[in-house]
Design a protein around this ligand. Structure first.
Ligand code: LLP
Length: 382
C-alpha cells in the first residue's frame, strides 16, 4: 500500500477495504466455479459482514452462508434472497430458527437429532416444511490450527457417522422437515488440496452408503476452508480457486447426474481485500528489543492473539533502513501482540502501520474490550 494524503488523513485504527480487489476476486471465484454448472458458492458471512462488501458479493450472484439469525437478517437486508441462504450452527435458538423459517431459506445445515426435532416442531407451528441437510463429522483432519479444525471426532460439530442410522430412522416421523442434502465443513485456512480430496473420498463413501439404503440426495455442501497466502499478500492476492474447485470436480462422485454441489467460502473471498491501518503511539526501548506500540489492539484484530496467526506488517510512512521490532497493542494482556521480531523500516511515533490480509475474521471478531471503540472502516474503489 502506498502512503497517500487520503490514507494519511484516515482516523486510526481502522479497516481499509479494497473493493477493486474484492471484485477481481469475485470475478475469479465465479469464473472458476462456473466451469462446473452444478457448483454453487455461498459466501460465509461470519468472515466479514460489512454491508458494503455484502452488496458487492451479492452482485456476483453468490449465496450466503449464515450462522445466526442476525446474519440471516443482514443477508436479506443486503439483497440475498432466502432461497440462496444456508444456515449452520450447533446451537440454533428457537428465535433464530423462526427467522430462518420466515425467510424460507434454502437449507438448515443440522448438527444433531435434538436440533432436527425442534426445527420440525417450529416448522409445524407455521405450517412449513423445512429443508435440512445433515452436517456430517467425517473425521477428516484438516491439518490446520486446532482452534479452526472442525471435522475430527473430538470436535463438537456435526453428526457422527455412527449416529447416522439413528437420525435416518427417525426422519420419517418428522413430517415438517425434508432431508435434501449432506453438509461438511472440516476446518479453515486449508491450503493442502489433498485434504479436500480426502473429504471428497469420504463423501463418496457416505453417499454410497446412503444409496444402498435407497437415499439419493439432491445436494451436497462441502463448506468452506480454502486458505490464503498470509505471507505474500502482494504476490498472491487471489486464492487458488482453480485448484480448489477442480479438486472437487475430479474427486467427488455425484450420486445422480443433477446432484448440486454447494460451497461456503469465507476467508478466501475477503481476507486480502482488507488491511488494518494503525498509527504508532510510541517506540519503546526494551532491554534487548524495541517495541512498536500501536493504537490498534487485540480487540481490533484478534487473530494473532487467539490463533498465533501471522499477518504481514509494513510501515508505509518510513523509508529508513530496516530494524527489528515487536509490534504490540495498547491492551494490558501479553497476548496483545501482532508480531515478534518483525522487520520494519525504522519506525517513529505517528508512522502508519499496515497489518495486511485482515479482511476476514477481523472486523467481525472485533470487540469493545477495555471499553475501546470499535475500529472504523473505509473503502477504496467505491
Ligand atoms: N462454513 C462453516 C460451517 C463454517 O463454520 C465456516 C467457518 C465457513 C463455512 C467458512 O470457512 P472459511 O472459508 O472462511 O475457511 N476465526 C477463524 C476462522 C474460523 C472459521 C469458522 N468457520 C480465523 O480467524 O482464522
Amino acid at each position: 500500500m502506498q502512503l497517500t494524503e487520503k490514507i494519511n488523513a484516515l482516523q486510526t485504527p481502522c479497516y481499509l477495504y479494497n473493493l477493486t480487489l474484492l471484485r477481481k476476486t469475485l470475478q475469479k471465484v465465479t469464473e472458476e466455479a462456473g466451469r462446473y454448472p452444478a457448483f454453487h458458492v455461498h459466501y460465509a458471512i461470519k468472515a466479514n459482514a460489512n454491508p458494503v462488501l455484502l452488496k458487492v458479493i451479492r452482485e456476483y450472484g453468490l449465496g450466503a452462508d449464515c450462522v445466526s439469525g442476525n446474519e440471516i437478517k443482514r443477508a436479506v437486508e443486503c439483497g440475498f434472497p432466502g432461497n440462496a441462504i444456508v444456515y449452520a450452527g450447533v446451537g440454533k435458538s428457537d428465535e433464530e430458527i423462526r427467522t430462518a423459517l420466515q425467510e424460507d431459506i434454502f437449507c438448515f445445515n443440522c448438527e444433531s437429532l435434538p436440533e432436527i426435532r425442534i426445527i420440525n416442531e417450529l416448522a409445524a407451528q407455521v405450517n412449513k416444511k423445512a429443508h435440512i441437510a445433515l452436517r456430517i463429522n467425517p473425521n477428516v483432519d484438516a491439518h490446520t490450527h486446532h482452534y479452526i479444525t472442525t471435522g475430527i471426532e473430538e470436535n463438537k460439530f456435526g453428526i457422527y457417522l455412527c449416529d447416522l442410522d439413528q437420525v435416518l430412522a427417525e426422519l420419517p416421523s418428522l413430517p415438517h422437515v425434508k432431508l435434501t442434502g449432506l453438509h461438511f465443513h472440516i476446518g479453515s485456512q486449508i491450503t493442502d488440496m489433498t485434504v479436500f480430496r480426502s473429504l471428497c473420498l469420504k463423501a463418496n463413501e457416505i453417499q454410497q452408503y446412503l444409496k444402498n439404503r435407497g437415499i439419493v440426495l439432491p445436494h451436497i455442501n462441502f463448506g468452506g476452508g480454502l486458505g490464503i497466502d498470509y505471507n505474500n499478500p502482494h504476490a498472491e492476492p487471489i486464492a487458488d480457486f482453480a485448484s480448489y474447485f477442480s479438486t472437487f470436480a475430479r474427486h467427488f462422485d455425484p450420486t445422480s447426474p443433477n446432484q448440486q454441489v454447494h460451497f461456503e467460502l469465507g476467508r478466501s473471498v475477503v481476507a486480502h481485500c482488507g488491511d488494518l491501518l494503525s498509527r504508532v503511539l510510541y517506540v519503546k526501548e526494551g532491554k534487548n528489543k524495541k517495541f512498536v506500540i500501536l493504537d490498534a489492539g487485540m480487540n481490533d484484530l484478534l487473530r494473532p492473539a487467539l490463533y498465533q496467526a501471522f499477518h504481514k506488517i509494513e510501515n508505509i510512512s518510513s523509508r529508513l533502513p530496516e530494524e527489528k521490532y515487536d509490534v504490540v497493542g495498547p491492551i494490558c494482556e501479553s497476548s496483545d501482540c501482532f508480531g515478534k521480531d518483525v522487520t520494519l523500516t525504522q519506525t517513529t511515533r505517528g508512522d502508519l502501520i499496515v497489518i495486511h490480509s485482515a479482511g476476514a475474521y477481523g472486523e467481525t471478531m472485533a470487540s469493545r474490550y477495555n471499553l475501546r471503540n470499535l475500529p472504523g472502516y473505509y473503502f477504496e474503489g467505491m
